[in-house]
Write a protein that binds this ligand. Structure first.
Ligand SMILES: Cc1cc2nc3c(=O)[nH]c(=O)nc-3n(C[C@H](O)[C@H](O)[C@H](O)COP(=O)(O)OP(=O)(O)OC[C@H]3O[C@@H](n4cnc5c(N)ncnc54)[C@H](O)[C@@H]3O)c2cc1C
Length: 256
């Protein structure tokens, strides 16, 4: 047993990985595929920390940034993350090229899908996995969707994905392919700035009660995964609680 007031020490599991592939997903978002680290065992939804060498105020130093994995564990040849260009850390990552070696640590996080335990709430098995993401917050939910569909699990999956415009929709082709190929998968794309997007004829506006009710007929049978900027996650959590969803049915990951 841990002595009271002693901090729990989480062992740092570092791995050297090779950058295998970089793909431009949208104007300011890239996906990065790394070699599969030896002995690495992760659950869909978990994240890694990438150690990045930067120069700040003329001083060379290492900074660590957290990035969720978008790959599913059965993709044994690589691990993948999807990153939005923001500040120092992501800028440095964007400078890396195929063949570069980086140091990562992990896997970390409780925002996981585990078929044996994830969808059991109050001893009852929930049959509907609802993934709610905004922008680069697609990363972890994409891993969960890939895992459930690739494993042919008997679960219904609904993916609600909010973006500013249709040009910002990461992995759109793959999500639409999932919709076409899997009867148990439904996709709800919404854009919040339709005025900048005259060719968009789909859903518009922020995620709201109407959209959640359209996607989830029985909220008591659903497990919700909320991922993205803190403001989006808090907004969705509030909405769900106003619909009577038990907090045990809500998992959150904030990118901040
Ligand atoms: C558990 C976890 C998982 C994460 N997974 C991802 C991921 O898969 N992909 C990804 O792009 N980022 C992810 N992030 C965010 C990432 O760790 C960095 O914070 C981000 O890349 C910005 O770091 P930076 O050094 O580039 O910029 P900084 O200069 O450190 O940050 C710039 C500002 O942007 C804000 N910010 C950070 N990330 C986002 C975001 N995605 N959207 C909007 N605002 C943001 C920060 O709060 C900060 O104010 C994750 C964060 C956490 C905690």
């Amino acid at each position: 047993m841990t002595a009271p007031n002693k901090p729990t020490i989480i062992p740092v599991k570092t791995h050297k990985v090779k950058l295998l592939e970089v793909n431009q997903e949208t104007t300011n978002v890239r996906s990065f595929r790394f070699s599969y680290p030896h002995g690495f065992d992760y659950k869909p939804g978990q994240f890694i920390m990438i150690n990045l060498d930067v120069i700040q105020d003329g001083i060379s130093k290492f900074i660590k940034r957290s990035y969720s994995l978008s790959s599913a564990p059965m993709q044994e040849k690589h691990i993948e993350t999807i990153v939005k260009l923001m500040g120092a850390g992501s800028k440095r990552l964007f400078e890396h090229m195929k063949g570069d070696e980086l140091e990562i640590a992990g896997p970390y996080g409780m925002f996981t899908f585990q078929e044996e335990v994830s969808n059991e709430v109050h001893g009852r098995k929930l049959n509907h996995i609802v993934l709610l993401a905004a922008g680069s917050g697609i990363t972890a939910p994409l891993s969960i969707a890939r895992y459930i569909l690739d494993s042919s699990l008997a679960l219904k999956v609904s993916f609600i994905f909010s973006n500013k415009t249709s040009h910002d929709i990461i992995a759109r082709k793959e999500l639409e392919k999932m919709t076409a190929e899997h009867d148990n998968f439904s996709l709800y794309l919404t854009v919040t700035r339709p005025e900048e997007d005259p060719d968009w004829h789909g859903l518009t506006g922020r995620v709201d009660e109407k959209l959640i009710k359209a996607a989830v007929h029985d909220v008591s049978d659903a497990l919700f995964y909320l991922c993205g900027p803190a403001e989006f996650v808090d907004h969705c959590a509030k909405l769900l609680s106003s619909l009577g969803v038990d907090t045990k049915q809500i998992k959150t990951e904030k990118y901040e």
